[in-house]
Design a protein around this ligand. Sequence first.
Ligand code: UT7
Length: 329
Amino acid sequence: MKKKIGVKISGTGSYFPKKVLTNVDLEKMVDTSDEWISARTGIKERRMSEKNEPTSELAFRASVEALKFANILPEQIDMILVATVTPDMLFPSTACFLQAKLNIPSVPAFDLLASCSGFIYGISIARAFIESGLYKRILLVGADELTKITDWTDRNTCVLFGDGAGAMILSASYETDNILSVFLGADGSYSNSLFLPAGGTSNPATIDTVNKKLHTIKMHGKEVFRVAVPKMVLAAKKALEFSEKTLENIKLFIPHQANMRIIEAVARKMGISMDKVFVNIHKTGNVSSATTITALDEAIKIGRLQNGDIVELVAFGGGFTWGAAVIRI
Ligand code: UT7
């Protein structure tokens, strides 16, 4: 009988731009306060990319780190996948820009858009490609520059987001299988709850769309909050069930970093104590597709995770989309 191909996580990496935007900086830009932002979101500061530093640049730097970690050369990668809602351009894909930067021509490269759940969707896609035997070493990146699509006069949204990128290399293996389960979901009836109205085919760019600031994030924050908590709990429970593991087996729970109150509510409803929950939102803000992978990478780097530990990632975002994955490091 043919042996099943498993997936090994060969390495991770991350990158945040140098420039820091603190809550105190925001106090000078809109009618807000460090106290309000900290209490309502848990965010203290976020990173901001430069004008000449597109999403593919952050993706590139995170990828280089992941390749180094995995001890793999760029030419050993046979597919590139980038999860993003802030591509360098509408087309070609950010994955193609990244491919050129890595100098690995011919390797298939494409983007996937599942908002803040993009990286979890990406794990599922990469796993399917590897298990099918078609590809052996996939570079999966979650990268976003939300500060470039932010309305800096809207205090409801501008305090929430940041820029960053994380990368993971998933390799075919006959010895191990590190993706224990993935659960995905979406509900398109909420597409107007968290969105960027213009620039696509339903509302192409005009002077009017620019004047009306329709090229920036619009969000019904309360609705996002209300739906996010039960969907993240559902996804986390389903992925755990499919993995045939229990909460006791999970070393660290890594939720999407959008709001500290959402993270705490999900942990409470799951029955997970906060010392098992990884949080870095205070220094990153919400970096959309990049949150779970950059948090995972940080947890590995600071020694909160060791080889063999089991981790659960869970995310929720525009669409709405949601997903969770149970993985072994
Ligand atoms: O990846 C998924 C992306 N998004 C999310 O996960 C966001 C989910 N939602 C949230 O995180 C929260 O709904 C927010 C943080 C966005 C808002 O928190 P909230 O507790 O739902 O506040 P709110 O929108 O009900 O606003 C309460 C008050 C309002 O004032 P009034 O009407 O009570 O006088 C807002 O105008 O807070 C005011 N407010 C602010 N005040 C100071 C809203 N934003 C700010 C601000 N600074 N930045």
